[in-house]
Ligand binder design. Sequence first.
Ligand SMILES: [Zn+2]
Ligand SMILES: [Zn+2]
Length: 412
Amino acid sequence: MTLTLTVHRGTQQIGGSCIEIAHPDGDRLILDAGRPLDAPEGATGLLPASLDRTRPATVLISHPHQDHWGLVEELPLTWPIWTGSASAKLIAVTGDVTRRPLARTFETWDSRSGPFAIGPFTVTPILTDHSAFDAYMLLVDGAGKRLLYTGDFRRHRRKSALVDRIMAQPPADIDVLLTEGTNLGSDKPVKTEDEIEHEFAELFARTKGRVFVSWSGQNIDRTVTIYRAAKRTGRTLAIDLYTADVLDRISEGTGVPRAGFPNLKVVVTRGLGGSYRSQSREDFIERLVPHGISAKRLEGSRDVVMLRRGLIHDYQRAGVVPTADDAFNFSMWRGYLSEPYHSEALEWCRAAGAEIAYIHTSGHASPADLRAFATAVRPKTVVPVHGVKWDEESHGFGAVRRLADAEPMAVL
Ligand SMILES: [Zn+2]
Ligand SMILES: [Zn+2]
């Protein structure tokens, strides 16, 4: 009698991850309950049909990206859900700002938790480098078998030491490595956050006016990168209330910048300000006021200004419009530019004659790093997930077992 591994979703796609590990005595762990990236806004009923919801299970969320946690509201109410303590806060902020507060609560671990028991399983969360803050690999022991799930990861400096440490001293005797493969099939080099900090500093130095930047407020590494480049070039970074809220919730006890740091201001716009007041978060707004500026103050400044579609209207109303002296940088995956939600900010700046730049680096490991990781861990079997090029690119990973979604595999 051994563990049974079932990838309910993720063997053929990036995102929507949902993996089950079943113990011979009937206990089950579910690793991630992700929303498929191509799911239409507002769609429900998206849990994989093969996931049996009539029996108990415990859910572990690897990191706070929606393609890993976005279906938690659909899980049976009796199933406990675990995640990192900062992840739990970042997941909650998404619900709060969209005015759809999460009904589910989380049990949490933190980066110093060490192994803990869930029924007959022992779970060890291992902090990793990824574009999400508080991202973990998950080591699962049960029935004498051992699985390591990478979640999403990269090895891009600043936090790459976390991954290097795992590679230097990998957990022994791994039976199955469940690894992501997002970047397989692309051969473009993956830049480090330090390299793009340098590119940002160059852009800030050569631009006469303001630099508008679009990035995800939840990508804290990127916020840090942009903040450092702004500071180096004597500019102030102007973030929105949402990003300030994210930093406020997770930065305590870390070196992560937050309201009150030099060269950092929070733009209090009408739209977001109203949204926070309607959620009775006046206390938060009050606390930020000493570090806040109105959108009007961006006019005539040389600030680095966060920009997304939702802010354009409030900026325009305050007289803030891009000019040919300004620049714009899109700092997210280029594929998002096919969506109006993301392209509108770029087009708004392009129409004004601003320089358009693209400084970004992936949140995922390069193909070489993915292979080096699998080689270092030396599992008996590699099970590919979270990728679309696995059929062509599975060489260099050792013994790969290609599963279909919902196909059970006995861990031998
Ligand atoms: Zn993902
Ligand atoms: Zn991710």
